[in-house]
Design a protein around this ligand. Structure first.
Ligand SMILES: [Mn+2]
Length: 430
């Protein structure tokens, strides 16, 4: 019998914190009420919010130099589902997981779907992988996959994506996320125009195989592993491809996949306007695609992205239904703690952005009152909405203090006994 955190443990943990939370919640409620905001409405918004967790995120990540595994790491998709279940059990904001193939391959996907449901989890977008070679693979992706100069290699990469769609269909997913590492390291190595043409052609075959209610999410990334050119390097390339493919193709924004100082929230606004925003891979970064915990470096940027998202949601922008997912690498923390903390930070940015007085902001913008516009946005950002987030968790049966309760539960120590270390786990590779 594997160890699990019981509802009793959550209840008794919460009992010790409930009084203080009630006081903080009341105080914040009075403050918001003076600003014409209902704390109950904000709590309801917080309770309705969710963000998906990637199955590979529950393992310790690493860099190209080394990986330092932690105790009790998940050995396979079954352990990963167990860990993802704990994240949702304590935070109540991550009811879906995003699987990755071939890392999460099993024989019976209906059984896997039921197993996930037993942890109160469903499946979000499926992720294909043509950025590394698998053991039994016939042709190598060393020089590319969907855009490889060799048509046989392209076909193999297309077929893998078709298999991912079929697996996702059985899991109850409705989207395929495609990120390719294709590009070049030397000027002259690759024909930049022809590589993009080959991308479009490969994606057309994948697009044609999408079930009726499915979408394909195109993920761009500036550089790495290719260091001279990347085929889908920016939102412009992604947008061109999505436009050519059709309405089921949209652009996925990974916050770490842009040049430093890029105004990501403006990219988000453009994609919303074009009805081409697929969703997000949330993470934070200081230098490049650092895959650090969401909100750990630049919470203001995260908030400004949500400012655009909340605005689009409130004015019911056409086709607006972005998929939210975390995509991080946890190298020095317990991945369960990092994912809980990140999910809460993402939810925090959403609630903070919901506090903005949209009418007053529009009036300030229309009268070119730069300072007032800025103050209205900043006022929302500096409001500590922690009591709303904690109360939302409490009302949904989660933990008032998820990380504190997780540490107290001894879950990790129990798992380190239950899960003997194995070689070559696919967890944590991003
Ligand atoms: Mn990503």
């Amino acid at each position: 019998m594997s160890f699990a955190i019981t509802e009793d443990v959550i209840e008794s943990g919460n009992a010790r914190l409930e009084q203080a939370l009630a006081e903080d919640f009341d105080a914040l409620g009075r403050q918001l009420s003076r600003r014409g905001i209902s704390i109950e409405a904000m709590t309801a918004r917080a309770m309705a919010f969710s963000v998906a967790v990637p199955t590979w995120g529950v393992g310790t990540g690493g860099t190209r130099f080394a990986r330092f595994p932690g105790p009790g790491e998940p050995r396979h998709i079954h352990d990963k589902l167990e860990d993802c279940g704990v994240i949702n059990q304590l935070t109540r904001i991550t009811p879906n997981v995003s699987p990755h193939f071939p890392w999460d391959k099993v024989n019976d996907y209906n059984a896997l779907r039921q197993e996930a449901a037993s942890h109160a989890l469903g499946f979000d977008a499926v992720n294909s992988n043509t950025f590394q070679d698998q053991k039994s693979q016939r042709l190598s992706y060393k020089f590319g996959s969907l855009t490889h100069a060799d048509s046989g290699t392209r076909t193999q990469a297309v077929e893998h994506n078709l298999e991912c769609i079929e697996i996702g269909r059985q899991l109850g997913s409705t989207a395929l996320t495609v990120w390719i590492a294709d590009g070049s390291n030397f000027p002259g190595q690759s024909n930049l125009g022809a590589a993009f043409d080959r991308y479009i052609n490969s994606l057309k075959t994948i697009y044609a195989a999408l079930p009726k209610d499915w979408s394909v999410f195109l993920e761009h990334k500036l550089y790495e592993p290719a260091f001279y050119s990347t085929v889908i390097s920016d939102w412009g390339s992604s947008f061109m491809a999505a436009l050519e493919l059709g309405p089921k193709a949209r652009c996925l924004v990974d916050l770490g996949h842009h040049a430093p100082n890029t105004n990501i929230e403006q990219i988000v606004a453009r994609l919303i306007r074009a009805d081409k925003l697929a969703g997000f891979h949330f993470n934070d970064s200081k230098y490049g695609d650092d895959d650090l915990d969401s909100g750990s470096i630049d919470p203001f940027r995260l908030f400004l992205v949500f400012n655009e998202l909340v605005d689009a949601g409130l004015r019911q922008a056409h086709g607006f239904a972005p998929a939210y997912m975390i995509d991080q690498s946890h190298n020095v923390t317990d991945p369960i703690e990092s994912l809980m903390s990140s999910a809460v930070e993402i939810q925090r940015a959403f609630v903070q952005a919901s506090l903005i007085d949209r009418e007053a902001l529009t009036a300030a913008q229309e009268s070119s009152d730069a300072m007032l516009g800025h103050r209205l946005v900043k006022q929302a950002f500096v409001t500590d909405v922690s009591p709303i987030l904690a109360e939302a968790r409490r009302r949904k049966g989660g933990a008032i203090d998820p990380i504190g309760l997780y540490r107290e539960s001894g879950y990790r120590a129990q798992k380190s006994r239950e899960r003997p270390a194995v070689e070559g786990t696919s967890a944590g590779i991003v």
